[in-house]
Design a protein around this ligand. Structure first.
Ligand SMILES: N[C@@H](CCC(=O)N[C@@H](CS)C(=O)NCC(=O)O)C(=O)O
Length: 212
């Protein structure tokens, strides 16, 4: 069955791979699944046709036959549950990998988004100077905990899984700020993710569109 995802017609990051279609492309590449992309403009994202696919008018979405999904966590989990390569076979290990997926989007990504919003979109606000160090330290707290758990391992729990795919995708958003490099083991963890052939293909595909 044909898989169709949505992505920005023109990504605001100019193809740095930060738009969230990249993590879905990465999962599809890891699973060896071909897919096509429907590109949407910011205006089209808020129109009824797209809102029927995504109630919040965002990208990415995922269509496969009659199934329409939104939320990258749900999309990557769906791909991982139905195709080999992203979740371990052992039931307990599988549950732990899924826990890391939730940790990525529910525990690690929110402070990162707060920090990015403060840094990129609220820098001109009168309270920005006082707020930025606070939100940056909340990110550091999480990274300290995550780095302690990762230790010297390559991946969060055994072999590479969808948990790592989601966590690395979330963390790489921090690179431009310099905070990721304060945690060398996490910077190396993200680099290991980016070195995977499937990530490289996903990155190149979104780059090709946004470099046009
Ligand atoms: N929690 C959602 C977030 C989706 C999201 O924020 N998408 C961004 C692009 S990376 C978007 O569409 N932004 C435009 C907007 O919100 O209008 C997910 O993981 O899928």
């Amino acid at each position: 069955m044909t898989i169709t995802i949505t992505a920005f017609e023109k990504s605001p990051d100019g193809g740095k791979g930060l738009a969230r279609d990249t993590r879905v492309r990465w999962a599809l590449e890891e699973a060896g699944l071909p897919y096509q992309v429907r590109f949407v403009s910011f205006r089209a994202m808020k129109e009824p046709a797209h809102l029927a696919r995504h109630p919040f008018g965002q990208i990415p979405t995922y269509e496969e036959g009659n199934l329409v999904l939104f939320e990258t966590g749900a999309i990557v989990l769906h791909v991982a549950q139905h195709h080999a390569g992203l979740l371990p076979d052992d039931a307990d290990a599988r549950a732990r990998a899924i826990a890391w997926m939730f940790a990525a989007v529910n525990t690690v990504e929110p402070p990162i988004l707060d920090f990015m919003t403060a840094r990129l979109f609220e820098a001109d606000k009168p309270w920005a100077e006082a707020r930025l160090p606070l939100v940056a330290d909340r990110v550091r707290d999480r990274l300290k905990q995550l780095s302690a758990r990762l230790g010297k391992a390559d991946w969060l729990d055994g072999g590479f899984s969808a948990g790592d795919l989601m966590m690395a995708s979330v963390l790489l958003r921090l690179r431009a700020s310099g905070i990721l490099d304060e945690f060398p083991s996490l910077a190396a963890y993200v680099a290991r993710g980016e070195a995977r052939p499937a990530y490289k293909r996903a990155f190149a595909a979104q780059r090709a569109v946004n470099a046009r």
